[in-house]
Design a binder for this molecule. Structure first.
Ligand SMILES: Nc1ncnc2c1ncn2[C@@H]1O[C@H](COP(=O)(O)OP(=O)(O)OP(=O)(O)O)[C@@H](O)[C@H]1O
Ligand SMILES: [Mg+2]
Length: 291
């Protein structure tokens, strides 16, 4: 069963209180709601008046698509990361972050920036395989080089459903991680694996590990007889980290995402509960990042 009590909780002590925070939605398992949560959480931060950058680190680029971004023929994060590596000069392209970052205005009038991804990002690990610079810190150094923290209150990273160098780069670059998961016994391994990577980074000592900002039970099947006791059991084994109120299977997600909208883009009552859930998540994340 789940047993994550001994995991390092991480710390944000190395980061300036006043600089923007970098948070990531991670789980090695696919389809657990990483992108859905990242998109709505970013909107929730924007509704709190925060300046938000959404950073898509998944080559599937679902996060980017939700903003209407088409990666075909467009520069994206992969090109910027490669440009930031001196040793790969032969592969450099003539683009800067401000050429790649797009600003979107939501139907509720909020402004959110997107640093999109694209298919080329799937070749990242291979492309950087031979460099001498620390390959785990490419994203962290990119964020530092372009002072992205000072330009945003929060940078929300959507992670890929893999392990490997992209995931290590995300974990080394962020202050905190949220772990969406489907609370059934099949999800155990995906969560365990990603938490093992956090442990490995801690052991390597190359940078401070991100803080565990909490687990997000998603697609919780409240009608299933065992659901309540399963969740309770999981809650007990997740240690001290926050476990958020579960998200059940909501048609509102399907409807809103199909229209490239967040739950905050609707005024009708059926979206109110979800808006409240994400607003509470923002409050909790903000508090965790301060402590
Ligand atoms: N609580 C929910 N209710 C209904 N549908 C949901 C819910 N959470 C996620 N979904 C839907 O499930 C699908 C998978 O979600 P999502 O893309 O966010 O997962 P993911 O973890 O990002 O997947 P991947 O690992 O492939 O990137 C999407 O179609 C999404 O709209
Ligand atoms: Mg996704």
């Amino acid at each position: 069963m789940f047993n994550f009590l001994s995991r390092p909780t991480g710390s944000t002590e190395n980061h300036d209180e006043n600089s923007g925070k970098v948070i990531a939605l991670m789980n090695q398992k696919g389809g657990v709601g990483k992108t859905t949560m990242a998109f709505n959480l970013a909107h929730a931060f924007a509704h709190k008046g925060k300046k938000v950058l959404c950073l898509d680190m998944d080559p599937q680029s679902n996060f980017s698509s939700l903003f209407g971004f088409e990666s075909e023929d467009n520069y994206h994060i992969h090109h910027l990361l490669i440009n930031s590596i001196k040793e790969l000069k032969a592969l450099h392209t003539n683009v800067m972050p401000h050429d790649v970052i797009k600003t979107y205005t939501t139907s509720a009038g909020m402004s959110i920036d997107l640093l999109p991804s694209g298919q080329e990002l799937s070749g990242f690990e291979l492309t950087v395989a031979g460099i001498n610079a620390p390959r785990q810190l490419i994203l962290k150094r990119f964020i530092e080089k372009y002072n992205l923290r000072s330009q945003y209150d929060v940078i929300v990273i959507d992670g890929p459903p893999t392990l490997g160098l992209l995931v290590v780069n995300i974990l080394c670059a962020c202050d905190g991680v949220l772990y969406p998961f489907v609370p059934d016994r099949f999800s155990e391994q995906g969560l365990k694996n990603i938490l093992q990577v956090v442990d490995d980074i801690d052991e390597m000592g190359i940078t401070s590990v991100p803080k565990n900002l909490g687990y997000i039970p998603n697609l919780f099947d409240s009608r299933r007889k065992q659901a309540g006791s399963d969740l309770e059991m999981i809650r007990e084994t997740l240690g001290e980290a926050v476990v958020f109120e579960p998200f059940t299977n909501k048609v509102q997600f399907g409807k809103s995402l199909a229209g490239r909208k967040s739950v905050f883009d609707y005024k009708s009552a059926e979206y109110k509960d979800l808006q409240t859930q994400f607003t509470k998540m923002v409050d909790s994340v903000s508090q965790e990042l301060r402590s």
